[in-house]
Design a protein around this ligand. Structure first.
Ligand SMILES: N[C@@H](CCC(=O)N[C@@H](CS)C(=O)NCC(=O)O)C(=O)O
Length: 222
């Protein structure tokens, strides 16, 4: 039987899945949401994407998109109500690479120091702080966002990881003297887009009634 909507395998707290859910919501694309227990991944997901990471989007024609950035791109290319595609290419490239090569590895070493043999959590934390200072300077220069004066794809791919940092060091984050970063962060934090994709669901099991993540035709980014 063909699903009415594309299926999204997701994990609520996963920052990669968060990117994907936010982009789908922004693009007003309804999906059937399947919350995944990462310790007990559904066979239906592994059958379509054996690498076993979330997010995984399965389109109605069977196409599988199992990298978060590809899901963001797919969604925004379907529908781009507020011009997220206007992100300058060099900006997008910079944040895609720096998140993967610099911020995320250092955030993980800071957050999960016990998982590394030669962990240097203080140094790793400092790399993250320096990175956020640079972001703050960019946000000041651009009067608001990473790619210019309005929100774009660059902001949405970065936000879930800054949120991860804040979870690891809430007081440190909140007391940093980085007002432009705080303003940027709280705009996301308070947005419908973020809050609607953070609802809690039990892990999906075959046979469950479908849960549809169906965005209203929303207007929350003014
Ligand atoms: N490059 C992937 C990374 C996704 C990823 O690493 N997701 C984590 C959860 S945050 C995962 O599924 N890990 C597999 C596991 O924990 O077994 C993407 O951007 O989609």
């Amino acid at each position: 039987m063909q699903n009415e909507y594309p299926t999204l395998y997701s994990f609520r707290r996963c920052p990669y899945a968060m990117r994907a859910r936010m982009a789908l919501y922004y693009s007003e694309i309804a999906v059937e949401l399947r919350e995944v227990d990462l310790k007990n991944k559904p066979q239906a997901m592994l059958d379509v994407s054996p690498k076993g990471t979330v997010p995984v989007l399965v389109l109605n024609d069977g196409t599988v998109i199992d990298e978060s950035l590809d899901i963001v791109n797919w969604a925004v290319n379907q529908n781009d109500p507020k011009g997220w595609l206007d992100t300058p290419e060099d900006v997008l490239d910079k944040y895609m690479h720096e998140m993967g090569d610099v911020f995320i590895p250092n955030l993980n070493m800071f957050k999960y120091a016990d998982r590394y043999e030669d962990a240097k959590p203080d140094a790793a934390q400092q790399v993250c702080i320096n990175y956020m200072e640079q972001m703050n300077a960019t946000l000041v220069k651009n009067s608001g966002y990473l790619g210019g004066h309005k929100m774009s794809k660059a902001d949405v791919i970065v936000f879930p990881f800054i949120r991860q940092y804040r979870i690891a060091d809430e007081n440190g984050f909140d007391t940093m003297r980085l007002p432009a970063l705080h303003r940027w962060f709280s705009e996301f934090w308070r947005s419908d887009t973020f809050n609607n994709v953070m609802e809690k669901y039990e892990p999906w099991q075959d046979g469950d009634a479908p849960i549809t993540l169906a965005p209203p035709l929303s207007d929350d980014y003014e």
